[in-house]
Write a protein of this length. Structure first.
Lengths: 343, 596
């Protein structure tokens, strides 16, 4: 029943791609989906738990959900039920830059002031955790994707050259990959950060660190691609094409690279979540983007404190987001891999 | 999620329990008080013998040597092993007789004649007399030994002299009168000459009494003596059977058989161990951990105490160092702003100190407008104004200093340059990092673009003290004694902690010159009221000229197991164990009652 298996794998792949696309779309439009500015502090609401959505009150059922405001008490917060704030769609709020194109203050949903819609609660500064998870996702996911792109670009190039030309070029390049594989990259990054001046804008820190992560990671895909190229090079149809006078470039483009395409795609799906996690690790060590710009990594570093970890469970939201994203990517990698096998 | 977090913590705890050593048994019985011993009777204290206390230390102690110690973990242990001539009672903040049973101060305040206790012995049973005192102080003052405490014994550039008048009388002569007077003797443990003289002669005193020292090599006059040291894990102290204090009923102190100091590695681990009942006493808690323990108090039955504001002050310091000759043009350019008093006043006015107290200290803290806070009742200048936070005032100040705002709200200086700078702070200090984030937000309301840069602690120290490659830093100082003298090195223009402008050959400003004079004067003035007036003026000058922008001080938060009797935590270091000789375990060790 190979056909049935193949079509199941195809369906699975498509579903995962659609889900991932939706996730990335939400993160891309984070400013619009998030109800608040991720850096806006509410100093009266530190560590407020997630706002509860209500549909029922004394007067019965309401189709439009509503929320109550949190009132601080001696040991936390309680709902102030004297006034209900209905949730509206397309509200005006904090201004933000939509996709870097235009400034706007339109948000997908929200409640009227002074009510607050805090879906994931707030952090130590009373900042909306939900908005921060979305906006933080932009940094974290972008870091994963950019670093993966750099890795695969370098890795494929090196792998193809080494595999195709062989000989001393191959030996030299593969020797270099071995060197890179044994590199203690965390210490290397700590060193890189120490070399930078104090004053580096978050955007530049981000770009630099992702490039460094990407450049360090190229060794493994390079070796994989080399293996594929090596075996493809000696296939009869390649030898035949060469016999007909095909140039190196033609052979690579027409026959060899397509062979490597599958493995590169699988590697991509595998590396993106790994590099998102790398960004988290770096932020955790104070090497990522700095306050008040959120990233999943620097949000999670607040949980280093024991008291925070056990008292304010909602601050684990970025970990949950990271988990969901990673699982989806790994499933996709798995689906792509099994399609590759079944070919 | 909470459940998962708790479960994983439980696993950590189980591992910790397995790793922890067992506490001691078979401590030496206290010697019955002898006729010839001049013992100190503490009439207010009663308790009973037996039991041991465990204390978790967040950092590993570096040494057991009082001559070289400079970290608080070592000091916590060394303080239990040793005794001083005169001690500051941490509860009353007043001096008390210790190894010196009495003393006389000459009319000019320059000589102290101390009567030592007769017949008392070191923890190895050897007698104590004036030779030990003279030996100890010659070691502390020896330039070759370079003890961190040495500076305190050098007054106006000259060392004090110590003379033995008879086996139980010593005279200290100071080159100038010293205002803190006999308080100076607190913190100088008396060393056993019979054990250390040879080591000292061989020039090896700094290498003596490491964590690997054998218990037989170490002796002191403190309530406890070394029993066992396992570096990296624990240090066990047992009762000193010859200790020189007795309680109300003439029973020799201490009550406890043993003290066990466990190296737990971090503040959180310290709290976890205490929560689990593995350790009995905890100090220097942060407010979040304290509140956590308060929530569990009914179940855990512990005695928690919020002692009110500490003597520590947290502040922002701007880099006003002389940068000529250093390649720091970017910083030097920004110094034009930092040097402008109105710029600093604007920041002072825009800081939300209440917000800091609420969000950083969970209301267990106090806002500060000067270097002396309300915790220091004897010395605080009550007339220092406490202006309310006002962004409008701040904006007016900036405007009058020639600053303006761009269309997007960015603050520009007179030459049209955008005001943008970095604040560094130690990444391991979560509280100061939080202050930095709050300050960043406060200053954004003034149109200043502030970048917060967390750095490793050593990197912060290096930039602030050595390379001067920083714009502003959030730091903390103070917390030692309540007296103004330990503050000398901060406020004297040539002081080693004169952070905003280190290494001034002469005072850079008139007000620094005035502070120099006042601080020197107060050091040699014996009359409290006169000294207070001088120190009030110092505080006033500081708050007017703002070399530091003061933020807040945390409360001293401590805790002990409910079984610990005579627990009297204090706002002075070492907050909890200063009366370790009087602590006892309620309801434990009654079977030892006969051993007296």
């Amino acid at each position: 029943m190979p056909n049935r298996n193949a079509s199941a794998a195809r369906t699975r792949t498509v579903i995962l791609i659609v889900l991932l696309a939706a996730l990335h779309l939400v993160i891309l439009c984070a400013g619009f989906v998030a109800p608040y500015d991720p850096a806006a502090q509410n100093r009266d609401l530190p560590y407020a738990p997630p706002t509860r959505l209500h549909c029922w009150d004394a007067s019965g059922f309401h189709l439009r959900p509503f929320v109550y405001a949190w009132t601080p008490t001696d040991d936390g917060y309680r709902e102030d039920q004297t006034r209900a704030y209905p949730v509206h769609a397309f509200v005006r709020g904090d201004s933000y830059s939509f996709l870097g194109l235009a400034d706007t203050n339109l948000h997908l949903f929200g409640v009227d002031d002074p009510g607050k819609l805090l879906l994931f609660g707030t952090d130590a500064f009373g900042r909306d955790e939900f908005s921060r998870v979305l906006l933080g996702g932009q940094i974290s996911v972008a870091a994963g994707i950019v670093a993966t792109a750099v890795t695969l670009l370098v890795g494929t190039l090196v792998g193809v050259i080494a595999g195709y030309y062989g000989g001393w070029i191959d030996e030299m390049l593969m020797g270099t990959t071995e060197l890179f594989l044994v590199l203690p990259w965390l210490y290397f990054l700590l060193g890189v950060r120490a070399f930078l001046p104090l004053h580096v804008s978050p955007a530049r820190t981000f770009l630099l660190l992702t490039c460094v992560i990407g450049l360090i990671g190229w060794a493994r895909p390079a070796r994989l691609v080399r293996g594929v190229v090596l075996s493809a090079r000696t296939r009869n149809y390649v030898l035949a094409a060469r016999g007909f006078g095909g140039s190196d470039f033609y052979l690579l483009r027409r026959h060899i690279l397509p062979e490597a395409f599958g493995i590169v795609l699988t590697q991509a799906a595998f590396l993106v979540p790994r590099y998102i996690a790398a960004e988290v690790a770096l932020s955790f060590f104070g090497l990522g983007v700095s306050e008040p710009v959120p990233s999943w990594g620097n949000m999670l570093s607040a949980l280093q404190q024991y008291s925070v970890l056990i008292s304010y469970g909602w601050l684990l939201a970025p970990a949950a987001a990271l988990f969901v994203t990673s699982v989806m990517y790994y499933l996709l990698a798995d689906a792509l891999h099994s399609r590759l096998e079944s070919r | 999620m909470k459940v998962i977090a708790r479960l994983s913590l439980l696993v950590c705890l189980l591992a910790a329990i397995c790793a922890a050593g067992t506490s001691s048994t078979g401590a030496p019985a206290p010697q019955a008080p002898g006729k010839n011993e001049e013992l100190q009777r503490v009439a207010s204290v009663s308790g009973h013998y037996g039991g041991s206390l465990s204390i978790g230390q967040r950092a590993e102690p570096k040494t057991l040597n009082p001559v070289t110690e400079s970290d608080s973990a070592s000091r916590e242990i060394i303080g239990r092993l040793n005794a001083d001539l005169i001690e500051i009672n941490r509860a009353t903040q007043k001096t008390e007789p210790a190894l010196a049973k009495s003393w006389k101060t000459s009319a000019d305040g320059r000589t102290f004649t101390l009567q030592l206790r007769k017949g008392i012995r070191f923890s190895d049973g050897q007698p104590f007399d004036a030779d030990d005192v003279v030996f100890s102080f010659s070691v502390y003052m020896d330039e070759a030994v370079d003890s961190p405490q040495r500076d305190l014994l050098i007054i106006d550039g000259k060392p004090m002299t110590v003379t033995k008048l008879d086996p139980y009388t010593v005279r200290f002569t100071l080159p100038k009168p010293y205002a803190a007077a006999e308080r100076i003797f607190d913190g100088f443990p008396i060393l056993p000459k019979h054990l250390l003289e040879k080591t000292y002669r061989d020039g090896k005193i700094a290498q003596a009494w490491t964590l690997n020292a054998q218990p037989s090599e170490v002796a002191g006059l403190g309530p406890f003596r070394l029993k066992q040291s396992t570096p990296g894990q624990q240090i066990v102290l047992e009762r000193n059977p010859y200790y020189w204090k007795v309680d109300r009923d003439n029973h020799r102190l201490p009550y406890l058989d043993a003290l066990v100091f466990l190296s737990v590695g971090s503040e959180d681990a310290q709290v976890l161990r205490f929560e689990a009942g593995e350790t009995d006493v905890i100090s220097r808690l942060n407010s979040e951990n304290y509140n956590l323990l308060v929530k569990e108090e009914p179940r855990a039955a512990s005695q928690l105490a919020d002692l009110g504001p500490s003597l520590e002050y947290n502040f922002v310091v701007f880099n006003l160092n002389d940068l000529s000759g250093k390649k720091l043009d970017a910083v030097a350019r920004k110094q034009a702003w930092f040097r402008d008093l109105k710029f600093r006043q604007a920041i002072n006015s825009a800081v939300d100190r209440d917000g800091i107290v609420r969000l950083v200290y969970g209301t267990r803290g106090t806002p500060l407008w000067g270097n002396v806070g309300p915790g220091n009742k004897l010395w605080v200048n009550q007339s220092i104004p406490h202006p309310k936070r006002s962004v409008d005032t701040a904006r007016q100040l900036l405007k009058s200093a020639g600053f303006s705002w761009s269309k997007s709200g960015q603050l520009l200086d007179a030459s049209g340059q955008a005001v943008e700078f970095t604040i560094i702070s130690s990444s391991s200090n979560a509280q100061r990092m939080k202050m930095a984030t709050l300050l960043q937000d406060d200053l954004s309301h003034l149109g200043m673009q502030v970048h917060v840069v967390p750095l490793e602690f050593r990197a912060v120290i290096d930039r602030v003290f050595q390379s001067f490659d920083y714009d502003a830093a959030i730091m903390g100082l103070g917390g030692g004694d309540a007296d103004p003298n330990p503050e000398m090195n901060v406020w004297m223009s040539n002081g080693t902690s004169h952070l905003w402008n280190l290494g001034e050959k002469q005072p850079a400003t008139d007000w620094e010159r005035e502070i120099d004079q006042l601080m020197q004067q107060q050091m040699v003035t014996l009359d409290y009221a006169k000294r207070k007036r001088m120190y009030d003026r110092v505080q006033q000058l500081i708050s007017e000229n703002l070399p530091f922008i003061f933020l807040a001080t945390p409360n001293i938060l401590t805790g002990a197991d409910a079984r610990v009797g005579n627990f009297k935590p204090a706002v002075l270091d070492p907050y909890t164990l200063w009366n370790a000789d009087e602590l006892y375990i309620r309801g434990a060790g009654m079977e030892n009652a006969g051993v007296r």
